[in-house]
Design a protein around this ligand. Structure first.
Ligand SMILES: [Zn+2]
Length: 86
């Protein structure tokens, strides 16, 4: 057998620690520091560096706050805050 050596570009990946798992999402963290996000309903899988993951999560939660804010009584907010988002 003269098969080519198995040259993996990736670093050695250790065992994954499961951070959360529910019916929608499963998030694991590899020993190498990569966070794996599985969006089960979309069949989507992301591999993100842990620092990047933090930014992503902050962005998601900020976006969710805006959604919640927008879905509350907007006209009332505009009257009291003159439409300015804090
Ligand atoms: Zn890894």
């Amino acid at each position: 057998m003269s098969s080519a050596p198995n040259t993996k570009k990736e670093k050695n990946c250790g065992p994954h620690t499961e951070l959360i798992a529910n019916e929608h999402t499963r998030v694991t963290r590899c020993a190498c520091g990569t966070v794996h996000v599985h969006v089960l309903s979309k069949g989507l899988s992301l591999q993100i560096q842990d620092e990047e993951f933090r930014f992503l999560v902050n962005s998601f939660s900020a976006a969710q706050r805006v959604i919640d804010y927008t879905e509350s009584d907007v006209s009332e907010i505009r009257e009291s805050n003159d439409g300015v988002l804090n």
